[in-house]
Design a protein around this ligand. Structure first.
Ligand code: ADP
Ligand code: MG
Length: 156
């Protein structure tokens, strides 16, 4: 199923944080956001915005050594990073169990098998400017479409 797409241009880490905060305003238990893009593209920065927007007391950091971190804000957020793995079954991660009481964000989501995120965000560098990123958002489910609409309408 392919629903709406939008592309956002961010020109600073702060703008990417704010996109994360816009997502946090609507995110709920069971939502899964997949992030794809090369190292340094901004996946963790966006996740920090989501965690901060949810009111998590500690800043999000890349869970490269432990695969998953959990933040507790308005709702729980599980942050998965598959950077060190070539592929991972959602069931091996217990991701569906996490999603019973948390929302989820997965970095390197193209390596996740067995579970499709509601919203997919592909980060691309802009060759011309070091701080510019192109974020292609695609809703995969009706839930993803609601999240995408919220981000598209967020002030920038
Ligand atoms: P990833 O998790 O995708 O590997 P990070 O979020 O850890 O990437 O790092 C992104 C890096 O790029 C940070 O050092 C951040 O300050 C910088 N940066 C520069 N411009 C942007 C932008 N527009 N959005 C996000 N990060 C940016
Ligand atoms: Mg990262």
């Amino acid at each position: 199923m392919t629903l709406d797409n939008i592309t956002l241009i961010t020109t600073s880490p702060q703008m990417t944080l704010d996109i994360g905060k816009a997502l946090a305003a609507l995110i709920r238990v069971g939502d899964l956001i997949g992030l794809e893009g090369d190292l340094g593209a901004g996946k963790t920065v966006l996740t920090q915005g989501i965690a901060e927007g949810l009111g998590a007391p500690e800043p999000a950091t890349s869970p490269s050594f432990v695969i998953a971190h959990t933040y507790r804000g308005r709702i729980k957020l599980v942050h998965v990073d598959l950077y060190r793995l070539s592929s991972m079954q959602a069931s091996e991660l217990g991701l569906e169990d996490y999603l019973a009481d948390s929302a989820g964000v997965v970095e390197w989501a193209e390596r996740l098998t067995g579970l499709e995120p509601d919203l997919w965000i592909k980060f691309a560098f802009d060759a011309a400017e070091t701080d510019k990123r192109r974020l292609a958002l695609q809703a995969i489910s009706p839930r993803g479409e609601i999240l995408l609409t919220a981000v598209a309408q967020a002030p920038s």
